[in-house]
Design a protein around this ligand. Structure first.
Ligand code: LLP
Length: 463
């Protein structure tokens, strides 16, 4: 494929307007294994492949934009978490990151449990055959219908998020003649080093019951008295995209402190603690995430140490990774449309999707990487901003990146690490049709979530 160069635009690394970028990689065709799914590579023609299939072929068959999900990688990462925590702990995959029936089956087969946070996620999990006792049900405002459905289904635990919910769940369970296993979600007052919107353990926010002022202790006091509830443990989730383990250390210390107070006051040792999810992944080569076995070792050691100090038997630990499992396993494939060089600034590259398939850049100022996927190129690096086709100037997918200077309409580009919180947060803004999720494994591809159609849109619009 021969491509003509574009008219003058900022191509060179020495033309750097404002932005958050590092210098272009020495080889723009290289695919850093830190940010790409494990079976991704390039074939002899330089085309990016996943699960052994070139993206040109996938684009032809399934269209663009599309999320391409590396099933082998998903399973490997799920298994790595499971193995790292072993049989004395439980791994609940956080379905909010991305959930489909295929994913539920993979999780079931790999021995993971599932965290759901809405009636819709619960329905997906149950319809794919996840045993109810391996499901945890979360949410700060579960409706009575959702609670009833979860209790009737027999979910393994409901995570209680407020004083009102303690009473509500107890009442519903009792009226169904059941005793529901519950954990109580507390906020431990940790400031996680992450974006404000995804930090969840400080007190001034909607989740959980503050440890401060004895509120969490009071919640446990009330819950222990209710016949409809079996209190099995305490839950803490400190936030998302976290690399520094010190926040978990403080959280574990405070949760164990509460377990000790509960033992001292009520003579009961609660058997479980859940430390939530939130472990970070690499979106760019600058990020350095930890491996599951390092995380498991660190968390287990912290809890064991704290419990020994408090003379408590070590409770069963559970964790809820979402992003760390699915995030790195998918990338979004786009076709390049308009290429607009802005003199002295950067080149705006418009793709056939945008904020409707990846809202994270606009919402959290998230950083992503990008690569030319349909071919390689030796052209000089050009500073680009990858933007979508929506009617909004904040419709940015990748803020600052370098791509080869001969990039042209019709090229395919790929944005890695879009497995988490992209399809699950996708919207129909501007009546965009949400892209499909195509799972690829060992040279075979299959659609696990199909592309939306105009009929789908119009079906909801009842006139
Ligand atoms: N457990 C609980 C109780 C949670 O609230 C969450 C995420 C998780 C586990 C999973 O966290 P993960 O391991 O995936 O970080 N939309 C945002 C992230 C919101 C996370 C909400 N809760 C984003 O795109 O970054």
């Amino acid at each position: 494929m021969s491509r003509s160069a574009h008219p003058a635009g900022p191509r060179h690394a020495d033309v750097l307007p404002e932005g958050h970028y590092t210098a272009p990689a020495d080889d723009l065709n290289a695919l850093d294994p830190k940010v790409w799914a494990r079976t991704v590579g390039r074939d002899a023609d330089g085309v990016v492949t996943v699960g052994g299939i070139p993206v040109m072929q996938l684009a032809e068959e399934y269209g663009t934009p599309a999320y391409l999900l590396d099933e082998a990688d998903f399973r490997e990462r799920a298994r790595a978490w499971r193995t790292a925590f072993g049989d004395d702990a439980d791994v609940f995959y956080a379905g909010k990151a991305f959930l489909s029936r295929a994913v539920v089956r993979w999780l079931d087969e790999e021995g993971l449990n599932l965290d759901v946070c809405s009636g819709g996620e619960l329905a997906t999990a149950l319809s794919a055959g996840m045993p109810a006792e391996r499901i945890a049900f979360h949410g700060n405002n579960k409706s009575p219908e959702e609670i009833e459905r979860a209790v009737r289904a027999g979910v393994g635990r409901i995570v209680l998020d407020s004083f009102q919910e303690i009473v509500r769940v107890a009442h519903i369970a009792q009226s169904l003649g059941k005793r529901q296993r519950v954990q109580i979600r507390i906020t431990v007052g940790v400031e996680a080093h992450t974006h404000e919107f995804i930090a969840t353990a400080h007190e001034d926010q909607k989740f959980g019951i503050p440890l401060a002022g004895g509120q969490a202790a009071e919640a446990v006091r009330r819950a222990l008295k209710l016949d409809g509830l079996e209190v099995i443990g305490i839950h803490s989730h400190i936030g998302s995209q976290i690399f520094d383990m010190s926040g978990f250390e403080v959280a574990a210390h405070r949760v164990v402190g509460l377990l000790k107070d509960i033992r001292d006051e009520h003579g009961v040792e609660l058997p479980e603690i859940d430390l939530g999810g939130g472990l970070g992944i690499a979106y760019t080569s600058d990020d350095d995430p930890r491996e599951p076995h390092e995380i498991a070792k660190a968390l287990t050691e912290i809890v064991t140490r704290e419990c020994e100090a408090a003379r408590l038997a070590t409770p069963r630990i559970s964790v809820e990774p979402g992003r760390a499992i699915v995030g790195p396993t998918a990338f979004t494939l786009y076709e390049v449309g308009t290429v607009k060089p802005l003199e002295g600034l950067r080149t705006y590259v418009s793709v056939d999707g945008g904020m409707s398939d990846n809202i994270r850049t606009a919402l959290y100022d998230a950083e992503y990487s990008v690569a030319l996927a349909s071919r390689t190129s030796d052209a000089e690096p050009m500073l680009v901003r990858i933007v979508g086709k929506h009617c909004e100037s904040g419709d940015i997918v990748v803020k600052d990146a370098f791509l080869p200077g001969d990039l042209a309409p019709g090229d395919l580009i790929a944005v890695p690490a879009t497995g988490a919180y992209c399809r699950s947060m996708a919207s129909n803004y501007n009546h965009a049709l949400r892209p499909p999720v195509v799972a690829v494994r060992d040279g075979a591809a299959r659609v696990v979530v199909r592309r939306e159609t105009e009929e789908d849109l119009l079906r909801l619009d009842v006139g």
